[in-house]
Design a protein around this ligand. Sequence first.
Ligand code: IMP
Ligand code: MG
Length: 187
Amino acid sequence: MSDKAYAPYLDEILIDSETLQKRIRELGQAVSVDYADTKDLLLICVLKGGVMFLTDLMRHIDVPHSIDFLAISSYGTGARVSSGRVRIDMDLRQDIAGKHILIVEDIIDSGHTLNYILNMLATREPASVRICALLSKPSRREVDIPIDYIGFEIPDKFVFGYGLDLDERFRNLPFVGVAKPNVQFED
Ligand code: IMP
Ligand code: MG
């Protein structure tokens, strides 16, 4: 029973574990080729959703790199709607000047979160900034974001699992699932 606590909220599995892992391996290999001669590669994981993706992705990156974390939240709207208002909950622990940055993000929806992060990082004068997003919903985009590495383009559906939450739960699932429409959440 408890191991299927997500079942009432799951409409369908969109990307199963095997498909995710295969694609993440490909992304890691592509990153390894592109950064083969790069010193000072820093992966910046956007918490919390990106954490499972980061830990799987970095296992397939065979160039030396370090990691750091940023926590960001959108505010002023309900849980399923992203607003243009973004806030930093936790900043990086280090100076990124002169470093090559790869942002590791779970999903790009409207693009406001990444747009905010890109603008903020640009003021700190990194050597370069690229984006690696596991998921993208192109039909939802409000701000154009250059994504260098994309795992999967998905339709305009609310998804959870593999780092993404449904009211802070189910980030641990090994697959990406579509949430049933009109599920009511208790706060
Ligand atoms: P954006 O600012 O609209 O691009 O939204 C990005 C953030 O919204 C992501 O980092 C997620 O935290 C959250 N988000 C957007 N779509 C979904 C979804 O389908 N499931 C879970 N979180 C989502
Ligand atoms: Mg979220």
